[in-house]
Design a protein around this ligand. Structure first.
Ligand SMILES: NC(=O)NCCC[C@H](N)C(=O)O
Length: 258
């Protein structure tokens, strides 16, 4: 039977030292972050996802952003090689977790770099952002790993934000949404819907038309509710201070047979 599992990773006590690239550093309240993370995990569970915790990586400040460490297509988990050297130690624990769940494991190798946040799957199309964290070799290796499985890999430039999924994600019907000033080339996507807020660009598909979104995007939530979607809002302010968003706090696994 197909399972619905979501991998999550408890925030490191050193979270406040996480990387900041495109925004000004603000003080992170780690206790509040842990509360927000618990509420995020609870929202996943409430909507039918079994949460599975990857062993914590307390020495890695950014380890809570677990989606950057792996990309899963069908039953194959491609372990990333994060573009930021300080994040490379995060992948070992994630590799162990996906192997335990029955994934076949593959790897991005040097000189390739790739962050999971740069990969957006829409059906069998896999968009990969070529930007600050993912290089050309990383894109080639992703193609080599997933095209034989039936993926169509489409590389898109990312210059204005940290990751492709900081700029765009997709609705259940495949429409790509993004805050236009931060999207390099909206015309690359067959159907693109502009949203009014930067953090409105990030949705996690919970199933049944429900969209997990950041509470910081109320206008976008209203827009999407008006189009018949059901936004579920969570406050992730402490992660947003580190350029995190709802997508990067979990890896949803839908196609595992376990
Ligand atoms: N996929 C994501 O959007 N990840 C957010 C990573 C934030 C972290 N502070 C970083 O710069 O790597």
């Amino acid at each position: 039977m197909p399972s619905q599992k979501a991998l999550i990773r408890r925030p490191s006590p050193r979270l406040a030292e996480g990387l900041v690239t495109h925004i000004e550093r603000e003080k992170v309240d780690v206790d509040l972050a842990v509360e927000q993370w618990e509420a995020y995990a609870e929202a996943l569970r409430t909507h039918g996802w079994e949460t599975v915790e990857v062993d914590p990586a307390d020495d890695c400040p950014d380890s809570v952003f677990v989606e950057d460490a792996v990309v899963v297509f069908r039953n194959v988990a491609l372990i990333s090689r994060p573009g930021a050297e300080s994040r490379r130690a995060e992948t070992a624990g994630v590799e162990e977790a996906v192997a335990r769940l029955g994934c076949s494991v593959n790897w991005i190798w040097e000189p390739g770099t790739l962050d999971g946040g740069d990969v957006l799957k829409v059906g069998d199309t896999v968009y990969v952002g070529r930007g600050g964290r993912t290089n050309a070799a990383g894109v080639q290796q992703l193609r080599a790993a997933f095209e034989p499985l039936g993926a169509r890999v489409v590389a898109v430039p990312v210059n204005k934000v940290l990751h492709l999924k900081s700029a765009v994600t997709a609705l259940p019907d495949g429409t790509v949404i993004g805050h236009e000033p931060l999207v390099d080339m909206p015309s690359l996507f067959p159907r693109f819907l502009p949203v009014p807020e930067e953090s409105g660009a990030h949705v996690v598909l919970l199933g049944g038309g429900k969209l997990l979104m950041a509470a910081s995007a109320p206008k976008t939530a209203e827009l999407l509710a008006g189009l018949g979607h059901e936004p579920v809002l969570v406050d992730i302010s402490e992660f947003e201070k580190l350029e995190g968003c709802v997508t990067c706090l979990s890896i949803r696994l839908r196609e595992l047979y376990v």
